[in-house]
Design a protein around this ligand. Structure first.
Ligand code: ATP
Ligand code: MG
Ligand code: FE
Length: 335
């Protein structure tokens, strides 16, 4: 089964073609990050308009790069939510029209389930059951992934997402947007020195996260200490990143042990952080647990993961009516 996937939940317009064996035939991503950078974050109205401009060329390129014609497509999938409504509507409506015109099955994909599915596109892919962390701009969710259709949410952030904390701390330090890559680059090979920021582990046995205290502690530190030189900023960035990495490692290893899983997969924009991946790999190895992180092209938003998730939904007859709408927030994973 060959599925065309479309993603437009935030500031990436993406299209991809994936076959029924989780093989990527093409994956095209048009990022709007440069357009939003001057505003210090994603401007929803601008995002929607840029999706409208990008969607047709991006889909055309994905078809060309897969070397396929429209007749070869067996199903269509698009992100239905969570995300920015105006942005989602562009890709979702385009995909519905495509499916309708060609009389193809259509799947409305949950963006978080798609991030989990990016792990199934890795080579080697994790084997079920495994623990997955979706760590991105809007979410920090731990799942027990039982099969390609069963995801048990074990824990989530109670306030800020990890990526959001990276972005806010970068703003506090005057490092620009998005914060993740710039903080990682500044912190590379750096000792956090004598700054120790709090690690919020919440109650014993909880797999939830909380990053807002850490974010406030950084803001307080910056308020009380002169942080002017690049060196000062790098020290704060390294200490902040070390705190995030510690908490994520601790919770993930505990989650894997509690469910007797031998593999942990991490996906979402923050999983592009190589310092996090290296620390988690080291920590998990002590417990004979393997860590799987996708290549950077599959960490952030992409349509290959949407097509892969859509292929499973279509296989299982879990189709979306053409009268259906998008949703902005994830109340229930399989909404
Ligand atoms: P969601 O998936 O929750 O709806 P989103 O789609 O906006 O949110 P992604 O595009 O998956 O999120 O990830 C974007 C986030 O990843 C941003 O917060 C960004 O700062 C963060 N990020 C990207 N690269 C890195 C990195 N190297 N280190 C840490 N964070 C990073
Ligand atoms: Mg993005
Ligand atoms: Fe995402």
């Amino acid at each position: 089964m060959i599925v065309l996937g479309i993603e437009s939940s935030c500031d990436e317009t993406a299209a991809a073609v994936v076959d029924g064996h989780n093989r990527i035939l093409s994956s095209v991503i048009a990022s709007q990050v440069d357009a939003h950078r001057p505003y210090g974050g994603v401007v929803p109205e601008l995002a929607s308009r840029m999706h409208v401009q990008a969607i047709t060329p991006v889909v055309t390129r994905a078809m060309d790069e897969a070397n396929l014609s429209i007749q070869d497509i067996d199903g269509v999938a698009a992100t239905r939510g969570p995300g920015l409504v105006g942005a989602l509507l562009v890709g979702f409506t385009f995909a519905k029209a495509f499916a309708w015109a060609k009389n193809l099955p259509f799947a409305g994909v949950n963006h978080l389930e798609a991030h989990i599915h990016s792990l199934l596109l890795c080579r080697p892919a994790p084997e079920f059951p495994f623990i997955a962390l979706v760590v991105s701009g809007g979410h920090t969710n731990i799942y027990h992934v039982v099969s390609d259709n069963r995801f048990e949410l074990m824990g989530q952030t109670r306030d800020d997402a990890a990526g959001e904390a990276f972005d806010k701390v970068a703003k506090t330090l005057g490092l620009g947007y998005p914060g993740g890559p710039v903080i990682e680059a500044m912190a590379r090979d750096r000792d956090p020195g004598d700054i120790v920021f709090p690690r919020s582990l919440l109650e014993k046995g909880s797999f939830d996260f909380s990053f807002s205290g850490l974010k406030s502690a950084v803001a307080r530190y910056v308020h009380e200490h002169p942080v002017q030189t690049r060196d000062d900023k790098a020290r704060v960035a390294a200490a902040f990143q070390a705190a995030v990495v510690d908490v994520v490692c601790e919770k993930l290893v505990a989650a894997a042990q509690s469910r007797h899983c031998r593999q942990i997969g991490i996906s979402g924009g923050v999983s592009a952080n190589q310092t996090l991946v290296a620390a988690l790999t080291r920590r998990a190895a002590r417990y004979q647990i393997e860590v799987i992180a996708p290549p950077v092209s599959l960490c952030g938003d992409n349509a290959a993961m949407v097509a892969a998730r859509g292929a499973v939904m279509i296989r299982d007859g879990h189709l979306c009516g053409l009268d259906k709408d998008v949703f902005s927030r994830a109340l229930n994973l399989s909404a």
